[in-house]
Design a protein around this ligand. Structure first.
Ligand SMILES: Cc1ncc(COP(=O)(O)OP(=O)(O)O)c(N)n1
Ligand SMILES: Cc1nc(C(=O)O)sc1CCOP(=O)(O)O
Ligand SMILES: [Mg+2]
Length: 205
């Protein structure tokens, strides 16, 4: 990993409204998000490429890490910093083969430290646990205990928390030991995304 990895990690909502997506992302990056993941499960390839290019440019402007969810080939085509993969996606080693040794390859580990150990052995750059709280984006997600973040301190890579995180509960996730907190709704649905991002990013300062 070239840059230190951690802090506020924003994930985009699934939307076809590119102008609004870019405006809200700009506001979140201005508030101090260190990492952005482009996650869009429903748009066609052309729109995903257009949105990805816009988001990549914003990340470069703000010095943020830019990752793509699921789609290794899009990450490669855009020149993203890396990809995030889960159990239904490309394998970690395959993603790294396509994106190169320096790419960031994040892995979903749900509620299992054993999955994280296996992901690290396969070359993951970070491991994500969730859902730490109930998530309206993924209501069916398994719940992950906050004790995982203390367990994950023995791993050689940073840990990321996901699922239902908001300004009301983020401090306990950070205090549990998560190296990054990742959020969709609490950032993208906020009336003032910059203010919310600033408050959350400050938990890591
Ligand atoms: C940081 C982070 N953690 C977990 C996920 C979930 O990945 P996955 O299980 O592959 O589910 P989808 O996001 O693809 O629906 C994530 N995207 N980011
Ligand atoms: C994409 C995703 N993955 C999860 C997991 O637990 O693996 S929870 C989730 C949604 C996160 O959105 P919000 O911050 O709005 O809850
Ligand atoms: Mg996935």
């Amino acid at each position: 990993m070239t840059k230190p990895f951690g802090g506020l990690y924003a994930i985009t909502p699934d939307t076809a409204d590119t102008a609004s997506l870019l405006a809200r992302t700009r506001a979140i990056l201005a508030g101090g998000a260190a990492i952005l993941q482009y996650r869009n499960k429903s748009s066609d390839a052309a729109l995903r490429r257009e949105q990805g290019l816009g988001l990549l440019a914003l990340c470069r402007e703000h010095g943020a890490i830019f990752l793509v969810n699921d789609d290794v080939e899009l990450a490669r085509a855009l020149g993203a910093d890396g990809v995030h993969v889960g159990r239904d996606d490309a394998g970690i080693a395959d993603a790294r083969r396509v994106l190169g040794a320096n790419a960031i390859v994040g892995a979903s580990c749900y509620d299992k430290i054993e999955l994280a150990e296996a992901a690290v052995a396969r070359g993951a750059s970070y491991v994500a646990f969730g859902a730490v709280f109930a998530s309206s984006v993924k209501p069916e997600a398994v719940r992950a205990p906050l004790s995982l973040f203390a367990d994950a301190k023995r791993l050689a890579v940073p840990s990321v928390a996901i699922g239902g995180i908001s300004p009301a509960n983020a401090r306990q996730v950070v205090e549990a030991g998560a190296d990054a907190i990742s959020l969709i709704s609490a950032l993208y649905d906020a009336a003032d995304p910059t203010a919310v991002a600033r408050e959350l990013a400050a938990l890591y300062r």
